[in-house]
Every structure is written in C-alpha cells, then in structure tokens.
Design a protein around this ligand. Sequence first.
Ligand code: GTP
Ligand code: SPV
Ligand code: MN
Length: 593
Amino acid sequence: MATTFKYAPALDSLSPSVTAWVDGVARLTRPERIYWCDGTELEFQRLEKELVGKNELLPLNEATNPGCFLSRSDPSDVARVEHLTYVCTQNQDDAGPNNHWIAPDIAHARMDALFRGCMQGRTLYVVPYCMGPIDSPFARGGVEITDSAYVVLNMKLMTRMGRAALERIAQDGTFVKGLHSTGDLNPERRFIMHFPEELSIQSIGSGYGGNALLGKKCHALRIASWQARTEGWLAEHMLIVGIENPQGEIHYLACAFPSACGKTNLAMLIPPESYPGWKVWTVGDDIAWLHPGQDGRLYAINPESGYFGVAPGTNLKTNRNAYETIRRDTIFTNVALTADNQPWWEGLPGKPVIDWQGRPYDPSNGPAAQPNSRFTVGAHQNPSYSKLADAPGGVPLSAIVFGGRRRSLTPLVYQARNWLHGVLVGAGLASETTAAATGTVGVVRRDPMAMKPFAGYNFADYWSHWINMGSALKNPPQIFHVNWFRQDTSGKFLWPGFGENLRVLRWIIDRCKRNIRAKDTAIGHLPEISDLDIGGLDLPSSAIEELFAVDPELWKLEYSGISAYFSEFGARLPQSLKTELADAIARIHSSQV
Ligand code: GTP
Ligand code: SPV
Ligand code: MN
C-alpha cells in the first residue's frame, strides 16, 4: 500500500527511512487510512471532536473544567503490565535477570502474527515526536505508529509532537520506531516488547499509559537507558526540581522514586507558610536525561513536555500547583464523576455519583476513581513551570535523591558518604508496590534507582555505568535517600509530607553547600536534629525519634537482602559495588549506629 495523506497537509520534511517504515507497517497491519500527525492545535481539537462523537471521550463540565475530557479504559487495562513487558536482546545476559526476555526473532514472529491485519477498518496514525527540547543536542526523535486517537492526543500533550519533530528526525537521520495497536485488549494477547539493538518498540493489546504512550517509559527509559550507556549519559526515572531560597539562589535536584511514590508532588511542591520567599520550579516530574557538562557537573533535561500524573490524593491542600494545572485542557483517565459532571477522585471534596467504570457509585464496588487513574496535561500550564524547563543544555544538579515507600527501616533522610556509596544506596533501593502496575499492592520489593521496571539492560552493567559516570565527574551531585512514608504502629504516616518536604530539601541543599555538619552513622550521614527545621510542625518528639531511628538489626537483615539480590547478577556485578556493600555490612556490625 502506498503512503497516503488522507487529512494532513503535505509534509515537506519527510525522512525516506520514516516513509519506508510506515509503508512496511501498513502492509502488515492493513489500515483503512493513514494519517500523518502535524501536531497543530487544530488537529488536536478535530481528534477530540471525533472521539467525543464516538463516545470515547466525554466532555466534562465546561464551566468548572474548560477543555477537559474523561476517557474510560477497559477495566482490564488500567496500569503497566510488567509481566508482559520484555527486553529482547540477542544475548539474554544483556537484558539481565531484571528483565523478561525472549529472543528477538521469536518475539518478532509472535508480534508480526498479532499485528497482521490488526488495523483493518481503522486509521493508522503516524506520530512523530521529539523527546527533549527540539533544539537540544540531548533530544532524541521517535515515531509512534498507533491506531488509537487517544494515544495521539496524549502524545501531543506529553511530547513535542508533529512537524518540528519530523524535521529534527530528518536532520538526525535516526529515530526510535514504535509500533502500537490497541488490539483486542485481551490480556492473553497483550505484549510490550523492546528491541534496543534495533531501536524499536512494539506494543499490542493495551491502550493505557506506559504501555501505549511509547515515547514515555518504552523510549525515554528502556531504549534511552541502553543508548545512554553506550554514549556516556544516563536515562533515569527522576523528577527534576529547582529550589530557590529567599536570596534568589537556585539549586536543582533530581529525585528517583518508584511509581506512585511522590515524584509529581515533589516536583510541584508549594512551600509551607513558614517559608516566605522560597520558590519551587518544576523542570520535570517523571523522567530525566543526565549528561556530564564541561564544568564537571551533571546536567539534567526533561525529555517530556507534559504530565501523566496520579489523580487520587491530588487536591488544593496536597498539591495546589497540580490542582491549578489540571483545571483546564486536561484529559482524565479512569476518574469518577460528580452530579454536575466534574472529575472526582478520592481526596477531593464533594461526592462521586458515577464511578470510573461509568456505573452509579456504590462504595461496595471499591474506590470511585481507579487507584491508578491519571491526568494528562501540558507542562506549560503548571504555575511553577521552570524558565529553564526548555533550556537545550538542561540544569546543573546539586543533588540526586533516591526514595522509596517504606513503612519502617529507612529514616526520613540521610546522605551517602560519597558517589560509590550513593550508587549502593540507589542499587539497594526497595519500596512497597503501588497501583501503577498490575499485581499486589503494598509488598516491599527491590527497585534499584526506581528503575526495576524501566532499565533496558542488565542492572549489573547499569551499576557499572553509574560508577563510571561518577568517577568522570569533577563535581558530581551529592547523593541522598528520603522516605516520606514511614508509619507509626497504628499505620499513620509519621511525617506530614507534601509541602513540608521542603524542610528536608533545605537540609539537603545545606549539606550540598557544606554549610552544616551531620551525624556520621553506619548507614550514612544523618541530620543533627537541631539542623532540620521542624518549627511549627505539630510533631511529638517520639515521632522525630522514630523518623530518624536506625535499627542495626533491621539493617543487617536489609543488607543481607541486598546481598542476596546482588548475587543474582553473578560475575557481571561490579567488584567495587560488592566491596562497598561489604564495607556497609562491616560498619553495621561494628557499630551501635
Ligand atoms: P508515577 O507517575 O507513577 O511515576 O508517580 P509519582 O512518583 O509521580 O507519584 P505522585 O507524586 O503522583 O504521588 C503518588 C501518591 O503518593 C499520590 O496519591 C500522592 O497523594 C501520594 N504522595 C505524594 N507525596 C506524598 C508525601 O509526601 N507524603 C504522603 N503521605 N503521600 C504522598
Ligand atoms: C509510572 O508508572 O511510573 C508512570 C505511569 O509514570 S506510566 O506512564 O503508566 O508508566
Ligand atoms: Mn513514573
């Protein structure tokens, strides 16, 4: 079938390798028409209208939520599916024990069979996109072919999509090929396959988030992490935030927390009332690409241009910036509705009337909004959008912060002793599972650098790469670990979190500036309580004690868990990381913390 331009204006910047690939995919999938997306507002609105006409998007209350729509996914298709996500390298060891693997030829045969004829009667959309500012040397192009207009709309909000991206691809001469079809949504025929050696992604059977918006986790993390290793940079599951003090000095932090563990919230933090003159600037809320700069510092860009954020829990009090951001021109997925057609989720005032599946709300059916319900919105709507969010060279990092959701064990904050120890802290990260992926929620699992679901290659090689990157930096960021989620015996969070997290970030920045001393403990540097600003917080002193308690017996268990995990990686595990762990174990055994 020849490439046809059904609606779009002729694009003069087509790269021949893109058209040849589109033609090949069209021969396999047999769409009724092919549509090249140009990324204009007009196109966006036309597609919205089309989806409203088909009842696939529901317009929300135009007075309270102008330009907002609700999409309901299939109830079996509400989160990433890690057990169906594969990294298909020639050599299984290159994917590592951290990834599901199938040989590329077998994977291709399986996927070809599923894609054959799957777009009959449907439109094939060609979605050229650029991850990173169009004029950034660090940006990378991709093209997603999809038969879902919902995916097109989301890609428009989440990436620099359309004509400019196609021009950039023609200039670069290379791009990541992403093929997506919603398929029949049968979980038996749902697969997300990555071919890093071919710079390609194939996804079928899901229309949801990270499974279907291929620029996001599939490209900007799994494929990009593979490329980053060979080219000397890092692709990470991190927010990027600038903290400005009343003197106007800004420090940038990149924080890696697992899915649904507080990245979007921290990236948009509102300073508490006791912090007049402090400002917070959002550069990114989910993904960071990190490059060493001429000055020996590490620079971060956000490859995305929008937010696909967790809805439940978002309100005026927890995250006013997010709340303001999503008041207009936002697509909501799987939230509930109020009587007057406003979006609703747990944590908002008011009452749900229709649940996320479109049924009259009945508490016996569970939460009104799906726990992984999301909003998709352009980043420029964020009141705290950083002036440097589109800077081609990115922002210089003062600190890298790892964090997890742990009801016990890890203190509110501590600092790694140096880069190598920081790599151990990151590699040893563990967190309770959340609704962002299908499966049991609340089970502690190892999630190194918050990248367990997203590293496109063997973690042992990834840790070596991290260690090498640090050694090559004259001024590496300081590395920290935080835990906003420690609980008391009754299950209540000990730390108020959200805006109050700025108190912890302030300590982190003071440490980066080497302004204050800290307690040298077996696990790293902990704050002197007098250096952490807790003024005005209604916290009993027992809570503070518990937040910073380091129990040597629990840490011995933790380190043996990390040892056991590391041993899965066999001879590829870097020797220096092994030694670092042995040192940490020796310290915990010889100290009373
Ligand atoms: P992904 O988009 O899945 O990568 O998630 P994320 O890391 O951006 O998490 P997000 O900020 O959306 O937060 C997830 C959930 O954690 C929401 O329900 C928040 O309300 C809650 N949360 C975020 N920050 C805090 C905090 O400091 N304390 C507490 N107790 N909860 C928080
Ligand atoms: C995550 O799960 O980490 C997300 C949402 O940010 S998704 O795009 O589905 O990966
Ligand atoms: Mn994420």
